[in-house]
Design a protein around this ligand. Sequence first.
Ligand SMILES: NC(=O)c1ccc[n+]([C@@H]2O[C@H](COP(=O)([O-])OP(=O)(O)OC[C@H]3O[C@@H](n4cnc5c(N)ncnc54)[C@H](OP(=O)(O)O)[C@@H]3O)[C@@H](O)[C@H]2O)c1
Length: 360
Amino acid sequence: MNDIENAVNDTKGPKPATAETLTEVVLPGIVEPEGLEVRAGGAVPAPGPGQVLLRMEATGVSFAEQQMRRGRYYDQPPFPFVPGYDLVGTVAAVGEGVAESVLGIRVAAMVKVGGWSSHLVLDAADTVEVPAGISAAEAETVVVNGITAWQMLHRRAHVRAGQTVLVMGANGGVGTVLAQLAQAAGATVIGTASARHHDALRERGVLPVDYRSDDLAAQVRALAPGGVDAVFDHVGGRGIVDSWRLLARGGTLVSYGTASTRDDQGSKQWPVLKLIARLALWNALPNGRGATFFNIWAGRSFAKDRFRARLRADLTEVFAALGRGEVSAHIAAELPLARAAEALRLAESGTTAGKIVLVP
Ligand SMILES: NC(=O)c1ccc[n+]([C@@H]2O[C@H](COP(=O)([O-])OP(=O)(O)OC[C@H]3O[C@@H](n4cnc5c(N)ncnc54)[C@H](OP(=O)(O)O)[C@@H]3O)[C@@H](O)[C@H]2O)c1
């Protein structure tokens, strides 16, 4: 148990007031990145029972915001709302039932929306302490990215030393962490990325292949003639068939997104549902391979305690890997929150590697 866990049931906690004001970045509707609105000068919210107020130190840009600004994220809230999938911050105030001892502690949290804000109130039980020696920006690179990568690698594909895995988008936020964690587990990593990122991937020991080329599957087969033990596919669309066919016997396809449909029109749920149905069908076939759809939020509504426990355990593992140097924080760019539009535009440029971090 860490300080935050111990603190939740401590009923002594008073609530220091704050004279600060709130700054939020609002997504008002389907807009270009420049349509994001910075709203400053609002009142900082007070934490309720069991809650903490975080003063944001770092938040970041995820692919989800690229989908949300197009109205294409599976279960985004109605407009307007504050996006921001995760954040790192210090506890600035506590609600009833949370001990004062957590004031000033640096924690990380995954919220799906709301992170692009100078202050945020959330349940203390949804926060995970960041170990000393890890900066806020470093920690930010592995919150949603690290939990996603860890759970797919160790809870779904069960990757072991000596195996070969294919990581799609190995230059992206999740892909960067996933490739490093797979290597730390002793696996050989083949990574897809556009050609401009190949030298950087090679330097990190990843075998690069170009996802924009027509013969992606042939390139992977040349590197792994017997097939790969796991494919991590966030692209979906027609390419998912190749991902399935590239598996060796006993291999696992972990599908976790539909990036290829980001710019499509029509239902935002249908591409995901179609994908899940296809994976379920493949999984049911007696062919010695597995297919699964990973959703980081699975279990949140019906098994909240287990969800929180896993999130805490897995993020703790990722922070430990960061501390040991098995994972390094790849910060693609660091920009102030008020320049979120620029950050989102940059994320969509296809030129970055790692995580774009927003700071106060
Ligand atoms: N299921 C879950 O629980 C879960 C959780 C977290 C994230 N995700 C998914 O994980 C993916 C990565 O998220 P992120 O935040 O790491 O994004 P990111 O940092 O923006 O990285 C996206 C990566 O995908 C590549 N890419 C973009 N469009 C592509 C396409 N049409 N075909 C092939 N590659 C493409 C990009 O390559 P370039 O740089 O060359 O454009 C980049 O490597 C997203 O699809 C996101 O929805 C899912």
